[in-house]
Structure formats: structure tokens, C-alpha cells
Design a protein around this ligand. Structure first.
Ligand code: GAR
Length: 208
């Protein structure tokens, strides 16, 4: 029987440590999938070099001045579709995708959010959680991997989430490091579950 390996397109805007976790997991057989393309919304970010080191195609789709979101998303769509992905992973992609884009990939777009479901949407979620802990009421934050069905910011059906404690002796750096460590593990595990379901579906289709 033919073994299907899901095709992943990973979208990034910055450091790309989660992209690195995905690339490493694919390379070491912990994630049975292939990263077929990386799309960055920014020039010159470390994520690009990470993709290049792994010999993965990378395309920068940076917004141009006065470009509407619709026009930008149309360009983005062309590029992402060109990779024919089975799953599109938003790993620190810091733009809101329009419904026009998302409708092209129904139940295929997965986002990583550095907070518990429904909490701290948008940017600087780790910093905001840490600041709230210093104000003495927040004792933990968390991480979430969810599907992106529409333009809602960091919302959608939850695939996995995990609480991450904030200790009294933490600094922003130590808390951030703990968050990223947990993200790298949860994202890979969740993608692996998705990929296995995807492969099972393909195998059923191929014999029916
Ligand atoms: C991650 O912490 C991810 O959860 C966050 O961006 C960071 C990217 O780090 N995403 C969001 O804040 C989405 N709202 P990385 O570039 O090192 O993978």
C-alpha cells in the first residue's frame, strides 16, 4: 500500500523556533510528514535561514505599502496553493488571514497560540501573561493549538492545550523559555495526531 506523507506548508513571521521543531521532528521521524514550503511575511527573519538550512523552499510574501488585506491575501494564497499543502501551519505568523484565504483550506489551517483557549489573543501574549502574574493574580498561562475556521483572532476549535505555570521566581526570560519548550512539544504532537488521521483517511479513500 502506498504510504502517504502529509504535505505541510508552514507560515512564519519571526524567529521560527516552532518551525525548527517541526523540521527536526520530520527529519528524525517523530512527525511523519514533509515540510514542502515555508512562507514568511517578513524579510530577513531567522525563520528563513532555518528553512534554507533544511533545504525547504521558502517564499517571502511581505506586504507592500498601501496594500489592502484582500490584495495581500490573494498573493499569499497563490504562493501557499503552489505548495499543494494538506495542512497549513501558522507557527508565529503574525497576520490575520481573511475568510477568502481560509475558505480555500477548510479544516486544514492550524494555529499555535501562546495562551490558554480564549485568553490573551493577538500579540505579546507571553509578556502580557507575565505582567499579570507580577500584578499578583495570574499563576499560570498556557498554550493552545487550534484550527482556524475564520478571521477570529487566535480562536477556533481547540486541538490541544496545556497549562504552563508562572513561578514566583520566574523572570520574563525564564517563563518565555518554558512556554517555547512546551510549544515545541505540543505543536509537534498535535500535528502528528492530525497527520495520522489524515493518512488513515487517505488509505480508506484509496481502497474504496
Ligand atoms: C510563538 O510563541 C507562537 O505561539 C506565537 O508566536 C511565537 C512564534 O515563535 N504566536 C502568536 O502569538 C499568535 N498569536 P517562533 O517564531 O519562535 O516559532
Amino acid at each position: 500500500m502506498k504510504v502517504f506523507r502529509p504535505r505541510l506548508a508552514v507560515m512564519v513571521s519571526g524567529n521560527g523556533s516552532n518551525l525548527q521543531a517541526i523540521l527536526d521532528a520530520c527529519e528524525h521521524g517523530l512527525l511523519r510528514a514533509d515540510v514542502v514550503g515555508v512562507v514568511s511575511s517578513k524579510e530577513g527573519v531567522p525563520a528563513i535561514a532555518r528553512a534554507e538550512r533544511s533545504k525547504v523552499s521558502v517564499v517571502v510574501v511581505a506586504p507592500v505599502p498601501n496594500e489592502t488585506r484582500a490584495a495581500y491575501d490573494l498573493r499569499l494564497l497563490e504562493v501557499v496553493k503552489g505548495f499543494s499543502p494538506d495542512i497549513v501551519v501558522l507557527a508565529g505568523f503574525m497576520r490575520i488571514l481573511s475568510n477568502n484565504f481560509l475558505q480555500q483550506f477548510p479544516s486544514q489551517v492550524v494555529n499555535l497560540h501562546p495562551a490558554l483557549p480564549g485568553e490573551l489573543p493577538g500579540t505579546h501574549s507571553i509578556e502580557r501573561a507575565f505582567a499579570e502574574s507580577r500584578d499578583n493574580w495570574r499563576t499560570h498561562s498556557g498554550i493552545t493549538v487550534h484550527l482556524v475556521p475564520n478571521e477570529g483572532v487566535d480562536t477556533g476549535p481547540v486541538l490541544a492545550s496545556e497549562v504552563v505555570p508562572i513561578h514566583a521566581h520566574d523572570t520574563l526570560e525564564s517563563f518565555t523559555e518554558r512556554m517555547h519548550e512546551r510549544e515545541h512539544i505540543l505543536l509537534v504532537q498535535t500535528l502528528n495526531d492530525l497527520c495520522q488521521n489524515f493518512v488513515a483517511g487517505q488509505e480508506i479513500d484509496s481502497v474504496s
